[in-house]
Design a protein around this ligand. Sequence first.
Ligand SMILES: Cc1cc2nc3c(=O)[nH]c(=O)nc-3n(C[C@H](O)[C@H](O)[C@H](O)COP(=O)(O)O)c2cc1C
Ligand code: SF4
Length: 490
Amino acid sequence: MGLVHRVLTPDPILTLDDYVVARGGRGLEAARTMTPDEIMAAVTSSGLRGRGGGGFPTGRKWRTVIDNRSASQPPTVVVNGAEGEPGTFKDRTILRLDPYRVLEGALIAALAVGADEIVVALKQTFTTEIERVRTAITELDTAGWTDGVKVTVFEGPSEYLYGEETALLEALDGRMPFPRIAPPYRRGVDEVVETPKDLRTGSGLSAHVELAGPVSGDVAPPTLVNNVETLANVPNIVARGPAWYRTEGTEESPGTIVCTVTGTTQRHGVGEVMMGTPLREVISLIGGGPRPGRRIAAVLSGVANALITEDQLDAPVSYEGLAAIGSGLGSAGFIVFDDSVDPAAVAAGVSRFLAVESCGQCTPCKHDGLALSDELTRLCRSDVDAALPDAIRSRVGTVADEARCYLATQHQVVVNSLLERFPQSVDSHAAGSAPSIAPLLVSELVDIVDGQAVWDERHLDKQPDWTYSAEWSGATPVDLAADHRAHRTG
Ligand SMILES: Cc1cc2nc3c(=O)[nH]c(=O)nc-3n(C[C@H](O)[C@H](O)[C@H](O)COP(=O)(O)O)c2cc1C
Ligand code: SF4
């Protein structure tokens, strides 16, 4: 198996004309001759699963949005381009190479669910992608592709939680990116709430929670949120049919997957492979394999899945393949560690990232999360008293209690995998025999330049209240937002 090019074009597509020459637009053209049910049937039988991390079946999500329509307002399609998973750069790569394919997929989704608006949600810092998408939207508007659908770009905050879809809707509604509850579809762009609309400072807690499911009366319309890569798959599914789509990939994970490889490999990059390609091969194809004289000892599949061990490297890269080894595909961002890297430092880095990024709506996630991060840092420093390993174990057991979103479970899963899969690293620090080491920097990718990942080093200075002050205020982001609201209204 090698690299493929279903979603990632080998060369950038710079104009709409070039896109059309490259057979772009055929999906939308076909969709315009189909009923919403026919579009939905094609997407459902293709087996496409969401590429934002959860792998939720896309057709089923679209169907839920239709089944729960508002009587008076059409739904909105939101393209999730927040891409904040550490070690993932695939959505920005797709948008840089070919924003037209993503917009075409979103326009087809809008036809299927009856939406009259598409919002492409990016981060304010993604200046290259913002420009690419805005230019593409202007071309599509001029060419009449968007008739009847308003397409805009939203420039969101840089917080990790902004990518979580309910937090993203909060941000679109003008509040801080604090998660709400409940899959599989969302209500919530243009919800009427009485909180101020100042994104960075004016917001309180997240809006009232609306569970998915049948409701009586006229309510806010459901919102369809799909990841950039998910939507980039849609035009070909509609133009060429679900059977064609299934000619690559596996029964449970049809199609291809766009992977990011970073860490201690010969180079870093983004590439597309068939679902089911062995992980070792993906690392070799995109990252050139381990550095000379080294062997791969562990792989982190984003910060939501168990660390993968050396003996699991031949597992197929698919939803079921990585689940079978007790890990997960996530957004296919693989951070590779060779035998020179201490797994305790990896877990401590993940723990710090997640504890800082936690919003604080759930006390165990923020407070146990920060305590866990401190304890793992002490473990790495080999600054250990006899009670520390048990304290870490116990904290891992409670960090996800009553969690409103998945971030707390991510923390639990990754640290648990250190304890269970790398006991020698934990034991040698606990015994004081391993050298003192700092937690690894685990943060968002800023870019990949000439085969080298650029990590967000500013994260080292980010405080648990999401400021960059010299010292932590002791408050959580939620406390700060609530204080600010009280101040404004008091
Ligand atoms: C903490 C957290 C961060 C997330 N960040 C992103 C992100 O940056 N981009 C994304 O597409 N999905 C992200 N997700 C997943 C989204 O919540 C959601 O599942 C996804 O946008 C749905 O699209 P899909 O069905 O096309 O995968 C995140 C989830 C969590 C829990
Ligand atoms: S689980 Fe953590 S990140 Fe998620 S809502 Fe609760 S405190 Fe915030």
